[in-house]
Design a protein around this ligand. Sequence first.
Ligand SMILES: Cc1cc2nc3c(=O)[nH]c(=O)nc-3n(C[C@H](O)[C@H](O)[C@H](O)COP(=O)(O)O)c2cc1C
Length: 190
Amino acid sequence: MTNILIIVTGSVAAIKLPILVKKLQQKRPANGNSFQIRIVLTEPSLHFLKLVEVENLLPACSIFRDADEWSKWRQMGDPVLHIELRNWADIGVIAPLDANTMGKISNGICDNLASCIIRAWDMNKQLLFAPAMNVYMWNHPITEKCIKVLKELGYIQIGPISKKLACGDYGMGAMAEVDQIITKIMEFVK
Ligand SMILES: Cc1cc2nc3c(=O)[nH]c(=O)nc-3n(C[C@H](O)[C@H](O)[C@H](O)COP(=O)(O)O)c2cc1C
């Protein structure tokens, strides 16, 4: 069994999560076993997702939100969800990675479930990220600085690509195609 943790942040590209999960479920790692998938959603990502659609693809216990951190922890000794999930994952994929979470994780900020997992990431495991944002956000010089930090940490960048964006602007910033993300995941899954 290979455990894939998908972290979804608040970009319009979050709408692609169901198709990403569906396609991943059809794949097999090289060892012939199957993938086990868990998903972490930031609260803003939920504006773009039909949660029911995701829940139809995965057991309910495989989808995590900020509230789950705190409902599972009552007292000392209780499991800490972001640590459990970073331990569970064999590989992490942040898709889409929006500008906000990109800024946070490249600066060590951890104020929700997603960024706490990334802050505690096991640096012996691969962490892939697929940026997705408006072309003006992408072209802003701070983006290059954030990406530089993430790459120096050893995280693997996928995309973005250039196309007509959801807001109507044209240019670089759209999340890589789902197939491109899956190809990259398969490269790193032993
Ligand atoms: C309609 C709409 C679309 C958005 N699309 C994007 C996007 O594609 N990329 C991005 O970086 N931010 C986008 N944002 C802004 C993020 O949702 C916002 O920064 C949010 O705080 C991100 O939170 P999170 O990183 O915790 O998910 C969008 C906001 C709105 C209202």
